[in-house]
Design a protein around this ligand. Sequence first.
Ligand SMILES: Nc1ncnc2c1ncn2[C@@H]1O[C@H](COP(=O)(O)OP(=O)(O)O)[C@@H](O)[C@H]1O
Ligand SMILES: O=P(O)(O)OC[C@H]1O[C@](O)(COP(=O)(O)O)[C@@H](O)[C@@H]1O
Length: 303
Amino acid sequence: MIYTVTLNPSVDYIVRVEQFEIGSLNRTTDDTKFPGGKGINVSRVMKRLGVESSALGFIGGFTGQFVKDFLANEKINTNFVQVSGDTRINIKLKTNVETEINGLGPMITDEQLGEFMEAFEKMTKEDIVVLAGSIPGTLPPTIYKKIISLCKEKEIKVVADVSGDALEEVVQLKPYLIKPNHHELGDLFKTNIQTPEEALVYAKKLVNQGVENVIVSLAEKGALLVTENDCYIANVPKGNVVNSVGAGDSVVGGFLSAYTKNAPLEDAFKIGVASGSATAFSMELCTEEKIEELLPQIQVKKV
Ligand SMILES: Nc1ncnc2c1ncn2[C@@H]1O[C@H](COP(=O)(O)OP(=O)(O)O)[C@@H](O)[C@H]1O
Ligand SMILES: O=P(O)(O)OC[C@H]1O[C@](O)(COP(=O)(O)O)[C@@H](O)[C@@H]1O
């Protein structure tokens, strides 16, 4: 089973405002709500591609109920720990640019954290754990380190889509796969990365440090995969970006779906990239049809 971990799920409230003015009353021309949080998005994308997973994390309040109902409706397995506060609402403001305001998230007690950690006890080396998204302020910042150490003991593969200090910590524990975007990779090495070729240099460093596979996404500029033996660069399809929220998570979901069906890594990478773009070109997350439509436009070159 693939377990996705979303420590801080969200309701993503996507609002479109034509002429946004700070300090004025703005009215939306369009608004919609989706369950969010990186692990949850990975689970939703995998389900669309026929791969089951179980979504873990903390959920609470009326917003948490919305997330649970939405996932139940999509027949996604969940095993959330219930907390008393409300799951956060993340605002995704679409004007001529995309602006995001992500909330703090509810309080999580030591007891609730203990309950959450119990899920890892019954996992075995056939399982895969996906750690994705930020760590809420009420949890110890070392939580990912603790989970990865536990997984390593049980030979469970860990996939991580995290940023900032968490990424620095995760890298030291040599996970199976990480998927930073080029900004996150640049932050890790305190540098500015603009092209796939520049990203390649730093992704290779991470593989030399022991991370087994690194995918770097660079939005419209392409993506790359570095494995222990090979490096690949992919272009991304051209298209109209409708809503890029969840595009990075879709790369992970698409990759893992193909990987668990035993696709070679470079093919899984191509499907990941197609899934990311299919999400970016849609209001909602990617569909299998949209991924299939984009796949012929992607070339993966070994470099
Ligand atoms: N403007 C775009 N055109 C085509 N594909 C895009 C665009 N923006 C994002 N994508 C797709 O979404 C993936 C993830 O986007 P990116 O912005 O790099 O990640 P994140 O969402 O993690 O910040 C990219 O690899 C690409 O497949
Ligand atoms: O946990 P964080 O870093 O606050 O991110 C949560 C947000 O990221 C998302 O999972 C989208 O992530 P990506 O656009 O990077 O794929 C949203 O659904 C959610 O609002």
